[in-house]
Ligand binder design. Structure first.
Ligand code: NAP
Length: 450
């Protein structure tokens, strides 16, 4: 079928220099081949052409004043990709690497992830090339206020509900929410990831990491195995990584690594979670400081990583949880993991494995959970926060966690059943893409052209 090639060519021409977006689009479109052969009516409705084009892209200037009184300028983005299933939903990323292409790739992935949750949420994403690192609290506040001063006119509880992502945690959500309230005079559920005393949901902070572990557990159970007793590699040291590590301990596994943008930490006896939280959530400092308390652990700075990959994936273990960023697990890393007998990979981050690494995992038929399925717990719990906000309720942690667990089991079931339906039972990439796409595409067709 020439449509994959034709679509990617068209995207390259109409949206130049967005390599991560082409990578994400190509992966989804390749997986849809068997569906199109079976159901040509998606072609008849030009669904491919429509689904790769965002409904709306907002790009804006963000001016703010630093503590020295100098005016700084950043770019702001919000991509409202697809609203067939509900209000746009997806995080905001503040990181110097952010471009229009990054936000577009993340927004595209978000459409199918949100569809897999079975909840009424469309796909969107936003962010800025602002770097929160090294900024004071007041600088962060002024940036967030300026960002929201433009964004507020485009979002709302029934239109678009942003959340956090890399560089956007509870502190940033607080400043963004405060400015939205000031500008609109409305106290409403326009953001998720809010503080617990002012509209946040218990369990939201933990949801993406916990969900990635629940997904791994479902994959392993379907193969007659368990996460209990497994030695695990985790990359990242942010929100997703920390709560992946927490849930791994709860389920009897041993996480032995984590990483940040400066280096990798290996503690063969298991990562000291309380210390990790103190370093990253409270002090916001480098992982290297871990050695002051645990001199027997190993720290590898980025400069000493292998030229063709990431130091975390070179350590032998049973399961891997990439939880930092995109393309952080290369083909060479995948070869090493497989050579060391890895049994399960569950992606907390979005698109952390390169396309050739994914091919190796699929060929080896190990349990591989792609990010759009394995990390769907975050957005699912965001929707639970929206439900609590609109009904003026606050649910218990037990209730939220039970719902999260059920949603992750259902996401896994849909992916596995769809993979089976299309004759590739262990291919959860195929299952996730087809199951997510079908739900969105059917809704688009039923809602008519527009
Ligand atoms: P976060 O709290 O900002 O943490 C990100 C972590 O990754 C940090 O440890 C950071 O290092 C590291 N990192 C970021 N960029 C890196 C790079 N280019 N190279 C090496 N390390 C890098 O972000 P998060 O919320 O945990 O998000 C992590 C991943 O999960 C992202 O792919 C995100 O899209 C995905 N995700 C997040 C959620 C959610 O609910 N938060 C939901 C679904 C998917 P430093 O500490 O040095 O900054």
């Amino acid at each position: 079928m020439p449509y994959v090639h034709d679509t990617i060519l068209r995207l390259r021409h109409s949206s130049p220099a967005q390599t991560e977006f082409y990578q994400a689009a190509e992966e989804v479109l390749e997986c849809l081949r068997p569906l199109f052969e079976r159901s040509p009516y998606y072609h008849d409705h030009s669904i491919i052409e429509r689904i790769v084009e965002p409904e709306r892209q907002i790009m804006f200037r963000v001016c703010w004043t630093d503590d020295a009184g100098k005016v700084r300028v950043n770019k702001g983005y919000r991509v409202q990709f697809n609203s067939a299933l509900g209000p746009y939903k997806g995080g905001l990323r503040f990181h110097p690497s952010v471009t229009a292409g990054t936000i577009k790739f993340l927004g595209f992935e978000q459409i199918f992830k949100n569809a897999l949750t079975g909840l009424p949420i469309g796909g969107g994403k936003g962010g800025s090339d602002f770097d929160p690192k090294g900024k004071s609290d007041t600088e962060i506040m002024r940036f967030c206020q300026s960002f929201m001063t433009e964004l507020y006119r485009h979002i709302g509880p029934a239109t678009d509900v942003p959340a956090g992502d890399i560089g956007v945690g509870a502190r940033e959500i607080g400043y963004l929410f405060g400015q939205y309230k000031r500008l609109t005079g409305c106290y409403e559920g326009v953001l998720t990831g809010k503080g617990l005393s002012w509209g946040g949901s218990l369990g939201r902070k933990e949801a993406t990491g916990y969900g990635a572990v629940y997904f791994a557990q479902s994959m392993l159970e379907s193969r007659g195995e368990s996460i209990e007793g497994k030695t695990c590699l985790v990359s990242g040291a942010g929100n997703v990584a920390i709560y992946t590590i927490e849930k791994l301990y709860e389920l009897g596994a041993t996480p032995i690594t984590c990483s940040d943008s400066r280096g990798m930490l290996h503690d063969p006896r298991g990562i000291d979670l309380a210390l990790l939280k103190e370093l990253k959530e409270v002090k916001r400092i480098s992982l290297e400081a871990y050695l002051a308390t645990h001199p027997e652990a190993h720290y590898v700075p980025v400069a000493d990583y292998p030229a063709d990959g990431h130091a975390v994936w070179r350590i032998p273990a049973d399961a891997a949880f990439p939880c930092a960023t995109q393309n952080e697990l290369t083909k060479a890393d995948a070869e090493t993991l497989l050579g060391n007998g890895i049994r399960c990979i569950s992606e907390g981050a979005n698109m952390p494995a390169t396309a050739d690494a994914v091919d190796l995992f699929l060929d080896a038929r190990v349990a591989y959970g792609p990010g759009k399925a394995a990390n769907a717990g975050g957005v699912a719990t965001s929707q639970l926060e929206m439900a609590q906000n609109s009904s003026m309720q606050q649910w218990s942690l037990e209730k939220v966690d039970a719902k999260l667990k059920a949603i992750m089991a259902s996401v896994h079931r849909q992916c596995a059943d769809t993979a089976e339906e299309f004759g590739e039972p262990s291919n959860l990439v195929l299952g996730a893409n087809i199951a997510g796409f079908r739900r969105v595409a059917d809704a688009m067709i039923e809602q008519g052209v527009g």
